[in-house]
Design a protein around this ligand. Structure first.
Ligand code: LLP
Length: 390
């Protein structure tokens, strides 16, 4: 919740900017770490969700591993102090240059997405006289029941190896002397809030790890990916994702042998609640059918509403009462839009807000995941700035 004090501080800062509440971040990391430790689980932070330097430093300081999807993410993970033995490299299109970089860095494991990629990593590792650890990303054909743009585990998605291709994978692994099969990897989608979906995933992982064991492979790592969603309707501090409930599903439904490790790749659930996009009202346009609040931030700073029709809570934080709640003596319905020359540049239609004026500060909440990292320079916009709670 924002207070009058903080909005006074915001008044002196040029907008738009991302505001990071590091207390929320730390409390989230602590909650995840406590729950993971209870079950003996390993968590790699999915860096794609937010690679802001301060966020990375904070996450690294809690001892999390890093899940990377580009050579630059691998490089950044090492630079920011993540232990290389806890760095995994996933992604459907790793270039030779990126694979070489990760081999040189001595990362823990490549999450491999095709037979052809296995062959390439085998060759590149061989050329360096190395043996690369790999996990096979399997497409389990499980529907994540999330927005179709962020579903990844269906046959129709480009990710991973389909189940019918596994015999070919097994033959390839036997012939690739420079590869060491560590485990199997899954990631079925993002912003999954129905824990039943993860139960279904567990059933598929159980079947597939059994399949590999029966073929004579020793599966040491069961990497079940990320995807755990957050509550975008309630952005406050006390609404940190329920990691305990999430991990419990795996503890109850995943078959884990004594020598096996369970790995997770959480992005959104670790960082989403820790940031808000703070913008200013540039203009208020009252029309016959619509009232518009035109902000100085738009799809170039936070594209989620425009790309996935994602809901983010919007608050006018210049009109806070002393208790921090919105003043509601005169509420008006606005379409809250950005300045970009695209009709889709709208954060949300029909938002009820206190009557708002030019210069008011608007917070778009729960913007810590896939916010700043997906910003662009479209319309030759300035790079968005970041401000921290301390
Ligand atoms: N592991 C893999 C292989 C992934 O592809 C992803 C996310 C994650 C882990 C982390 O997922 P998370 O725990 O954050 O759900 N830009 C979209 C989300 C794209 C997710 C891409 N992959 C959004 O703003 O909703």
């Amino acid at each position: 919740m924002f207070t009058k004090d903080i909005t006074t501080r915001f008044g002196e800062i040029e907008t738009p900017f991302y505001y990071y509440n590091l207390d929320v971040l730390r409390d989230t990391l602590q909650a995840c770490q406590n729950a993971a430790q209870k079950y003996g689980y390993h968590v790699h932070y999915a860096m794609k969700a937010n690679f802001n330097p301060k966020v990375l430093q904070t996450i690294q300081s809690y001892g999390f591993g890093a899940d990377c999807v580009s050579g630059n993410e691998v490089k950044a993970a090492i630079e920011y102090g993540f232990n290389k033995d806890k760095v995994v490299f996933a992604g459907v299109g790793k270039s030779d240059k990126e694979i070489n970089l990760a081999l040189d860095a001595g990362i823990f494991c490549f999450n491999v997405e095709s037979v052809q990629e296995l062959l390439v990593i085998n060759d590149l590792a061989g050329a360096k006289g190395q043996k690369a650890n790999v996990a096979i990303r399997i497409n389990p054909n499980v529907d994540a029941h999330t927005h179709h743009f962020i579903t990844t585990g269906l046959e129709e998605n480009k990710f991973g190896v389909n189940v019918w291709q596994l015999p070919d994978v097994a033959d390839t692994l036997r012939n690739c002397k420079n590869l060491n099969l560590l485990g199997i990897h899954f990631h079925i989608g993002s912003q999954i809030t129905d824990l039943e979906t993860f139960k279904t995933l567990c059933t598929r992982v159980n079947e597939l790890s059994e399949w590999f064991e029966q073929k004579g492979f020793n599966i040491k790592v069961l990497n079940v990916g990320g995807g755990f969603g957050v509550n975008y309707y309630s952005p406050d501090h006390d609404n940190i994702a329920d990691f305990e409930a999430y991990f419990k599903v795996f503890s109850d439904f995943l078959n884990v042998k004594p020598n096996q490790e369970v790995h997770f790749e959480l992005g959104r659930a670790l960082v989403a609640q820790s940031a808000s996009l703070i913008a200013r009202v540039l203009y208020v346009k009252n029309g016959l059918k619509k009232n518009f609040l035109i902000l100085d931030a738009g799809m170039t700073e936070l594209i989620r509403p425009m790309l996935y029709q994602a809901y983010h809570q919007i608050e006018n934080i210049s009109r806070l009462s002393v208790a921090g709640s919105q003043l509601s003596d005169k509420a008006i319905i606005y379409d809250v839009v950005g300045p970009i020359c695209e009709s889709t540049d709208c954060f949300r239609k029909d938002v009820e807000l206190p009557e708002s004026f030019r210069g008011d500060l608007i917070a778009v909440r729960t913007a810590g995941a896939y916010g700043e990292v997906m910003a662009s320079h479209y319309n030759l916009r300035d790079q968005v700035q970041s401000v921290y709670s301390e």
